[in-house]
Design a protein around this ligand. Sequence first.
Ligand code: ADP
Ligand code: ASP
Ligand code: MG
Length: 400
Amino acid sequence: MALIVQKFGGSSVANAERVFNVASIITDTYKKGNNVVVVVSAQGDTTDDLIEKAKEINPNASKREMDMLLTAGEQISISLLAMAIEKLGCPVISLLGWQAGFRTNSAYGSARIHEVATDRLQKEIDGKKIVIVAGFQGLNKYDDMTTLGRGGSDTSAVAIAAALHADRCQIYTDVTGVFTADPRKVENAQKLKDITYDEMLEFATLGAQVLNNRSVEMAKKYNVELEVLSSLVREEGTIVREVANMEKMLIRGVTKDTDVARISVVGMKDIPGNAFKMFSRLAQKGINIDVILQSVGRDGTKDISFTCAKGNADDAVAILKDIFDMEGAVVSSDTTVAKVSIVGAGMQSHSGTASKMFGALYEAGININMISTSEITISVLIDKEYADKAVSAVHKAFFG
Ligand code: ADP
Ligand code: ASP
Ligand code: MG
């Protein structure tokens, strides 16, 4: 008998028919003699709809009240799914995040899981019940509900799998696995048989939303093997694990991130310490910096540009104006950019990967504004307008 954790995303439970479809996947697994713990997201676009509703009332609502609102989405889906399973004749119980033992820090909207206290979960499993847990939520030290950030149900599932030492953690979604590019956008995207944690972590962080990046980080830390598969089409998915056995591929995939802003400081004094001053002030505010570009100094001045998440752009500009206005430097932000990246451990042992990517962009007539690389990634910043075209061109160069 195995303990299996199954997670179902919002589109997998979007309507009554889909809820019953998911219920039958769960009961089939249970009837084979397994213990099953299920994590479920809010139905369809519920979370987005709740955010819109909040904006109608108060666009500056506190993060605490936003979390109180957003946790409601998952409360609906767990109870409906449990009702469907009752109807299929299997013993079942639904639990909110706090009932399932999720304790988090107090960062409303992006809370981190401190622990999953498993007593209640274990009691229900021992009582032979299928347990349905609300994803994306927990409880902080003030006994207030928190949420884990968008796409956080993946992390809830991995946390439960780690805490219960589950035998399998299956992430069911609306595509049949992890592909070399978003299969909804890129013709010829190919399904990967497997991918390493490190590659998947970069892929997710750079925009492949099929898995939440924090869930991959946690899966790596606790060595939880993930299987990404479809709730609608019953076929083999993609395995995410430490070592991927697939025959060597130069790169695993191409992705884009449009949640990017470029911040530029033009004409700052070319003296030691300016970069330190600017990035330490940004770090103090918790602003994550990505690609950085510094120009060669000329006439005693230099320019520095970097990228950050769009949501941080206004704060970053205000901080930098505060530092550099006095020296006459010009601070600006640009949100019409996108980052296009390739990911793959294979590039470490092959030369010419960057030139292949840049060649594809050149042939598509796309200008590169900034470039950054790591051991297993190459990213370019381009005009947002050309992001999809760039992904397709680069994908074609590597995958045909
Ligand atoms: P869920 O609601 O199940 O959590 P998400 O919408 O978060 O599902 O993630 C699934 C979506 O991720 C797919 O519908 C697909 O369009 C998108 N996606 C982006 N990049 C990739 C990729 N490389 N492989 C598979 N899916 C991808
Ligand atoms: N419902 C939440 C969201 O839409 C969590 C999730 O789907 O993983 O972000
Ligand atoms: Mg998701």
